[in-house]
Design a binder for this molecule. Structure first.
Ligand SMILES: NC(=O)c1ccc[n+]([C@@H]2O[C@H](COP(=O)([O-])OP(=O)(O)OC[C@H]3O[C@@H](n4cnc5c(N)ncnc54)[C@H](O)[C@@H]3O)[C@@H](O)[C@H]2O)c1
Length: 314
């Protein structure tokens, strides 16, 4: 069936993918090796879809849910699928074992992507006979609200695979970007890492409080970043565009880049405890879940605004 997608792993991310594809009209077969995960999935999916419907981001939660079937057997899950999205534990051995099984199960034209956050695809697919049809398709959580997907091919991934998965992701309403060759952390987490490393340092050196550091992003840089990336930002921040910006501020950023010794020490236990105690004062551990739900509702409002802005899905 050309419109069938297989989602393997029914945790946070696998359920998120099931929503992405079912929302776009695909039939989704969702599989997990854990009976408990499969038992929980329908309620979790129904709750997420109810929120999306209430936010006006889907027309009918029931219709989307009706396109997702929960499967007990891996072979049934992938049979006839156009694409398989794997979202199981982040463990090279566990993923590699599953990929070996899938290698024998995939139909002739089925393509496959891994949700891995950090494992280079060549470590997972080198010995597969179907390896030309595999790549990493790294989502951001939850993928039905944050559309970016990093596509990362292994050296042997066929160009046709990359093109087809990119087209499929676009059709499903996601925003795919191509990481041309594999590197640790891909691109999104390298950018996040650069910012986090500086954030921990600035707090450790007592230049700023944890609260004010967060505010610098939420009331500062982050506002622009939800609409444009850093290159477009600087292009607009000097009268004559990006070259003008680079000429004015390049020497300053160069001094900043060289103001840190290399190699950098790891985040220390003392520092982590210091930041944790501030965060837990602001948000007790038992409120983490409700704050996550609050975040997702704010994201829904932002996504709705972006759809209006771009003339995207209602
Ligand atoms: N959580 C995030 O923010 C996030 C973001 C992007 C990517 N990812 C990646 O997505 C993947 C899944 O992450 P998650 O947060 O959903 O984890 P999770 O622990 O919520 O879910 C993983 C699920 O995989 C199932 N599973 C484990 N081994 C299996 C197997 N061999 N066959 C079938 N099912 C199996 C488990 O039972 C579990 O339900 C990981 O590779 C992770 O790095 C996570």
């Amino acid at each position: 069936m050309a419109d069938k997608i297989a989602a393997i792993g029914a945790g946070l991310v696998g359920c998120g993918w099931a929503i992405v594809f079912a929302r776009a009209g695909f039939q989704v077969a969702l599989y997990d090796e854990s009976a408990e995960a499969l038992r929980r999935a329908p309620t979790h999916l129904a709750n997420c879809l109810k929120d999306l419907e209430a936010a006006g981001l889907i027309e009918s939660a029931a219709a989307v849910l009706g396109r997702i079937t929960v499967e007990n057997a891996l072979a049934d899950t992938v049979r006839g699928a156009r694409y398989v999205q794997e979202s199981i534990f982040e463990d090279v051995q566990v993923k590699h074992r599953l990929f070996g099984v899938l290698d024998a199960l995939l139909d002739e034209h089925t393509l496959a992507g891994s949700s891995t956050s950090a494992i280079p695809p060549s470590q997972l697919t080198e010995d597969l006979k179907t390896r030309e049809r595999w790549l990493v398709a790294h989502p951001v959580n939850p993928p039905y609200l944050v559309p970016l997907v990093e596509l990362v091919p292994a050296p042997w991934t066929a160009t046709a695979t990359v093109d087809a998965v990119r087209a499929l992701m676009t059709q499903a309403g996601q925003a795919p970007v191509l990481v041309k060759r594999e590197l640790e952390g891909f691109v999104l987490n390298r950018l996040q890492g650069a910012l986090l490393n500086e954030a921990w340092k600035l707090v450790e050196e007592d230049y700023i409080s944890v609260e004010d550091l967060d505010k610098t992003i939420s009331d500062g840089l982050g506002l622009r970043w939800s609409f444009m990336g850093p290159f477009e930002t600087i292009d607009l921040n000097a009268p004559n565009g990006v070259r003008d910006y680079a000429e004015r501020f390049g020497p300053f950023y160069h001094r900043v880049a060289n103001s840190r010794p290399t190699p950098q020490p790891a985040w220390s236990e003392t520092l982590i405890s210091q930041v944790e105690s501030v965060r837990r004062e602001q948000l007790p551990a038992e409120q983490l879940d409700s704050r996550r739900a609050w975040r997702d509702r704010r994201l829904m409002a932002l996504v709705r605004h972006k759809h209006e802005m771009n003339g995207g899905p209602a």
